[in-house]
Design a protein around this ligand. Structure first.
Ligand code: BGC
Length: 514
């Protein structure tokens, strides 16, 4: 049977802690880390639509945008312009790999701090940019910031949260991402109406606000018990665990953390070890989840919603407004995941969200195909345009409670301590690489594949839904340092996990799972 159905994995302890104010406030502040990523995701699409910005840095695109009305699909196709958006993600990819060492050796909070700091400098370069070099240097620094934050924050949240609420807490990261996107779109909506260069400067420069929030947040945050133990501060770790769990009865969980740390000490090179057969399930899932998350096509909407809406014949103000609406819907729908992920589990949300995205994508492709055909000319009526916007909202809602938050949650919770930092860095690197690729190629793909682009992403959504159904075990409520048992009980992955990794004999395991 597809082993993902195992909801109560044999041998897994259930701690069932209450929610304490301390863990709530800590995770709330920790989740700020998502703001810088979100702000950036939301700001670039709008800025690259501002005429003064294009005139200043991309005069060719500006000329083309003004004149090319013959083919709607190709109006904004420019590699240089997309490089502005996507360069950040390459930088984030590189920095996430360094971040893994800092996160492991110095603790999660210092990676967060560094993330905020480099993002802050990047925002200054961008806000005051005088030439394209300053603009690109700024983007690269922002990228470094995002890499550090995305590597450390999801792990921080997953380790701090009580196991039975880990999904909800970790989803705070995605809520912050979307909040950042929405704020950025609203800012763009207003700054786009300002004359001259001041508009885009404000939009890009205001990135310093979320940067300061994460910097200050990181300074006041405590480190996770897991990380304290990993770095030898065992007593401090126990006090921390007691204070975040709000009880002195933490011996069992504490012992699990200590055991996990002991085991992890035998692993000297996380990057080499992650390649060992016993970590194959985690490695494969850690690579596939971010790959699939980006192949949902979500960032076509995130980056290019204003462009897409203009392509559909909306005016530039209406386009920004529609982008704002989809952002707000995404934010609201992310809360569906926050409130259900620990009750219904990760798999149900992945599967339901996947089916919803699949249907809406096919419908969008058909509608755009019928209206613009393959030539890319034609007019779309108001009703049809509104229908497409509605379908886009349904698609975004599906993503918001599935692949969006779970794309960050699942990779951060499935790996044992000894490879967790490296695994999370892999997750960020793969995510950033495909974010880069989609950002870089989307406008060209739209130009060449036309409405077929939506079918292209739909095929991937179909494949990833099957993948989840067969390959992802349920991880809700499972204590993070007990995850090996989940893998061991899975119909396919079980063969990779040695018996000693779960402390139970194989026979016992088999007997329990029958
Ligand atoms: C994804 C981003 C996406 C964002 C908003 C995140 O989970 O990683 O690529 O832009 O959600 O939709």
């Amino acid at each position: 049977m597809a082993g993902g159905f195992v909801s109560q994995t044999p041998g897994v302890r259930n701690y069932n802690y209450k929610l304490t104010p301390k863990v709530f406030v800590t995770c709330f502040i920790g989740a700020f880390g998502g703001l810088i990523f979100g702000y950036d995701l939301g700001i670039s699409g709008g800025v690259t639509q501002m005429e003064p910005f294009l005139e200043e840095f991309f005069p060719d695109v500006h000329r083309k945008m003004k004149s090319a009305h013959q083919n709607e699909y190709c109006r904004f196709d420019s590699q240089l312009l997309t490089l502005f958006t996507s360069s950040l993600y390459l930088a984030a990819l590189v920095s996430s790999l360094f971040a893994s060492t800092i996160t492991r050796v110095f603790g999660r909070k210092w990676s967060m701090f560094l993330g905020g700091f480099t993002f802050f400098i990047g925002s200054a370069f961008n806000g005051f940019a005088q030439n394209i070099a300053m603009l690109l240097i700024g983007r690269i620094l922002l990228g470094f910031g995002v890499g550090f934050a995305n590597q450390s924050v999801p792990v921080y949240l997953s380790e701090m949260a009580p196991p039975n609420l880990r999904g909800a807490f970790n989803n705070g990261f995605q809520v912050a991402i979307i909040f950042g996107i929405v704020v950025a779109t609203i800012i763009n909506y207003f700054t786009a109406q300002l004359k001259g260069n001041i508009g885009w400067r404000i939009s890009l420069g205001l990135a310093c606000v979320p940067a300061m929030m994460i910097m200050i947040g990181a300074l006041i945050l405590p480190d996770t018990p897991n990380s304290l133990i990993e770095r030898g501060f065992t007593d401090k770790a126990k006090q921390m665990l007691q204070s975040i769990r709000g009880t002195n009865e933490v011996d069992e969980e504490f012992q699990d953390l200590v055991d996990a740390s002991e085991e992890s000490k035998q692993v000297k090179h996380p990057w080499k070890n992650i390649l060992l057969p016993r970590y194959r399930p985690q490695l494969i899932i850690t690579c596939f989840i971010p790959f699939f998350q980006q192949l949902t096509g979500i960032n076509v909407i995130t980056f290019y919603a204003p462009v897409l809406f203009q392509t559909l014949g909306f005016g530039s103000k209406a386009s920004l407004l529609s982008a704002m609406v989809t952002g707000i819907i995404e934010l609201l729908c992310t809360f569906v995941s926050v409130f259900t992920v620990d009750r219904f589990g990760r798999r149900v949300l992945f599967l339901q969200g996947g089916i919803q995205m699949l249907i809406s994508q096919i419908a969008i492709g058909v509608m755009i195909g019928v209206k613009f055909g393959t030539v890319g000319t034609g007019d779309i009526g108001k009703t049809d345009a509104n229908l497409i916007v509605a379908l886009i909202c349904i698609y975004v809602a599906g993503f918001a409670w599935s692949w969006g938050p779970l794309g960050w949650l699942v990779p951060s919770e499935i790996s044992p301590l000894e490879i967790r930092s490296a695994a999370q860095a892999t997750n960020v690197a793969v995510n950033m690489f495909f974010t880069f690729l989609v950002a870089q190629l989307f406008l060209t793909m739209l130009c060449h594949m036309k409405f077929g682009l939506f079918f292209f992403f739909a095929v991937f959504v179909f494949i990833m839904t099957i993948f989840i159904y067969l390959m992802l075990p349920e991880t809700k409520n499972v204590p993070i340092e007990e995850m090996n048992r989940v893998w061991k009980a899975h119909w396919f992955w079980g063969r990779f996990i040695p018996d000693e990794a779960v402390g139970v004999s194989a026979a016992e395991m088999q007997q329990k799972s029958v």
